[in-house]
Design a binder for this molecule. Structure first.
Ligand code: PNW
Length: 544
């Protein structure tokens, strides 16, 4: 009898780590404290300008009773703020002051607390009633957390001791509770001073500056931090920041978007990615030569990776699907594993694609101990036969010669989360893991982000918002497919982080989107409540 095994911690190999992911800019706030300088996202979130017309089509044309989804079709005219609800992250979810709150449900306790009691306990923390507070810590039984540092302080070259002290406190507190920090060095918040001085990632000077920052972190924290992620999603910030201009620093060819900062969408994304790869490799080399032996940690990098399915079985669409993957993931993975960009990119981008010298290629190749994969969704890809986009826009996205869509005709590829790009296709994670295994020789993979968001609906009660059945289904379906890829296909995946621990500031979507296992009450002093999914996750990690 083939009994379908229940998903549990035991569905994963020994040593597999579970955690939640977060990032400094989306969480911390405290933008003027402890010597923190302005970042490109501070400037971006506070600026205005005609932006773009954003359409949102909910794939649930039919009402889905089970998950409480209404059919909907909405258009948003993004006419002024860079951020849709005009919010910024000056406060975010105030994590700089309140990070301790995350431990409340983590620590074992014999006493059973009621829901209300738990929140009164949390409240003790907010009021700074330390001793009483610490007595009451509960347990989520997660054993890892992915945490991002506040960036490079102010980019002025000096080490900011107040920042170091803060993160020492964070790291020590985590370790004291048995939680291993996975630290990301860069999650998009470049010091504005470096942008002003030499255009940040566009200039090779960034390699040296980033290396100094990273080395400072190894020196200060490397005795305790054993997992380093150099970059979060270079593809996201190269394309969003320098091609379409929708993320900081908001550069693009002015033809594309009326009022973004003048840039060059056909070349800048490639220059940025090139400098990111060289920065990563330089930092990795420093770590390996000077710190790894004594500190015994590992170093990797995290990519945003959608899975693509060919729209039809035609060889044109299949080729286009491979190109879409080359231009997203291969852009970084091929240099890291093979020493150069994919051939499809070399051919199609030509002279605009920077070249690695022999020494650089060798430095980049093999410069990682694990691949971080941020995976959320799957799209169809089809051949772009017209080339109209290419002729008109001449931007990096058009170079792929592929169109990627979440629809085949009118049929959506899966159920939809709130974010316009996020379609739910659990099988995609298994296909992706197999692709990585086959193409790159089964490297160690950690799922550094996986999650879905709900609309921050101002008209529903908190209690209603806490019942997030859809998120539970999302994670259990993706985790089941992930477990299959490990057990049945032999993929070398060793960790899984939920995006995200708390609801937080979702970039240009501001506070309209909620990705957390924990609900943050934006109307009442940012109080936190566990959603059903937090409780589900806790129970999952307790079983098996
Ligand atoms: C990630 N995609 O970005 C970021 O690392 C987080 O900061 C962010 O909050 C989170 O996802 C949710 O948006 C992604 O198109 C952006 O597949 C786009 C994709 C994936 C991840």
């Amino acid at each position: 009898l083939a009994l379908k095994q229940e998903l549990s911690r035991g569905s994963f190999p020994k040593g597999f780590v579970f955690g939640t992911a977060s990032s400094s800019y989306q969480y911390e706030g405290a933008v003027e404290e402890d010597g923190r300088g302005k970042t490109i996202w501070d400037k971006f979130a506070h600026s205005f300008g005609m932006h773009y017309i954003n359409w949102q089509l909910n794939a649930n044309f039919r009402r889905n009773k089970k998950y409480n989804v209404e059919p909907s079709l909405s258009f948003t005219l993004r006419f002024a703020g860079k951020v849709i609800d005009f919010s910024n992250a000056d406060v975010a979810v105030d994590h700089y002051h309140m990070f301790h709150v995350i431990f409340i449900f983590f620590k074992e306790s014999k006493k059973k607390f009621s829901f209300i009691e738990k929140h009164e306990i949390q409240w003790l923390y907010f009021q700074g009633k330390w001793k009483k507070f610490l007595k009451f810590i509960l347990n989520l039984q997660q054993n890892c957390i992915r945490y991002v540092l506040h960036g490079f302080a102010d980019g002025g070259g000096e080490v900011n001791q107040a920042g170091i002290d803060h993160y020492n406190k964070v790291i020590n507190a985590l370790l004291a509770k048995g939680i291993q920090p996975y630290v990301t060095l860069y999650h998009w918040d470049l010091p504005q001073t470096l942008e002003d001085r030499y255009n940040g990632w566009l200039d090779r000077q960034i390699i040296e500056d980033f290396a100094n920052y990273a080395e400072t972190c190894f020196k200060e924290f490397g005795d305790r931090v054993k997992h380093w992620i150099t970059f979060n999603e270079p593809h996201s910030f190269a394309i969003q920041g320098y091609d379409v201009g929708l993320h900081a620093p908001g550069r693009c060819s002015t033809l594309l978007h009326l009022l973004c900062t003048a840039g060059n969408s056909a070349s800048e994304p490639y220059i940025v990615a090139h400098n990111v790869l060289l920065s990563h490799a330089t930092v990795s080399d420093i770590y390996r030569r000077k710190y790894q032996r004594t500190q015994q940690g590992s170093i990797g990098i995290a990519f945003n990776v959608m899975w693509f399915e060919p729209m039809t079985e035609s060889s044109e669409d299949k080729d286009a699907t491979q190109r879409a993957q080359d231009f997203q993931f291969g852009w970084f993975m091929d240099p890291l594993f093979f020493g150069d960009y994919p051939t499809s990119m070399r051919t199609r981008v030509g002279e605009r694609l920077p070249k690695f010298s022999e020494a650089e290629g060798a430095l980049v190749k093999g410069s990682l101990d694990f691949v971080g994969v941020n995976h959320y969704t799957t799209y169809y890809a089809k051949h772009n036969s017209t080339n109209l986009a290419r002729a008109l826009l001449n931007d990096a996205l058009a170079d792929t010669g592929a169109i990627t869509l979440p629809f085949k005709g009118w049929k959506a590829i899966g159920d939809k989360a709130f974010s316009i790009w996020l379609y739910i296709v659990p099988q995609g994670i298994r296909s992706l893991m197999n692709y990585i295994k086959d193409k790159y020789g089964n490297p160690l993979v950690i799922i550094t982000e996986n999650g879905m968001d709900d609309f921050n609906n101002p008209f529903i009660s908190t209690e209603h918002a806490l019942k997030d059945k859809k998120r539970i289904k999302y994670h259990s379906d993706y985790l089941s497919k992930l477990a299959d890829s490990i057990r049945e296909d032999g993929c070398n995946v060793q960790g899984y982080f939920v995006w995200s621990l708390l609801d937080n500031w979702e970039w240009t979507s501001g506070h309209t989107s909620r990705f957390g296992l924990y609900f943050v009450d934006y109307k009442d002093r940012l109080k936190r409540y566990p959603k059903s999914s937090a409780i589900w996750f806790k129970n999952l990690l307790r079983t098996g």
